[in-house]
Design a protein around this ligand. Structure first.
Ligand SMILES: [Zn+2]
Length: 101
């Protein structure tokens, strides 16, 4: 608990985003009901920003991959995307913490 990753930026805490992820993914689960399968979880709790121009889509503001490309998948982000790194480490922690909580 309380560990802060070295890559944290001044204006954006992905750790905080990840902490809220359970709430966000609850609404995403409802919103993305069509996409939900038992083995498939749609993640959209990463920081995003409009791609701009006439492009109607958003992109991950950390690695710049567009939402259609990411398609809700952790693997859709670049390998060095801070959100992906944090998410993967949180998921591992969740597994380890299952016994405690
Ligand atoms: Zn990303």
């Amino acid at each position: 608990m309380g560990s802060s990753p070295a890559w944290s930026t001044s204006s954006l805490s992905v750790t905080d985003l990840a902490r809220n992820a359970s709430n966000v993914s609850e609404s995403v689960r409802i919103w993305q009901g069509v996409f939900m399968e038992n083995e498939y979880k749609y993640y959209s709790d990463y920081p995003s920003e409009p791609i701009g121009g006439k492009n109607p889509y958003y992109k991950c503001s950390l690695c710049g991959i567009s939402e259609p490309q990411i398609n809700g998948r952790i693997e859709g982000h670049l390998k060095d995307c801070p959100w992906r790194i944090q998410k993967e480490s949180d998921l591992n922690k969740e597994k380890l913490d299952d016994d405690k909580q």
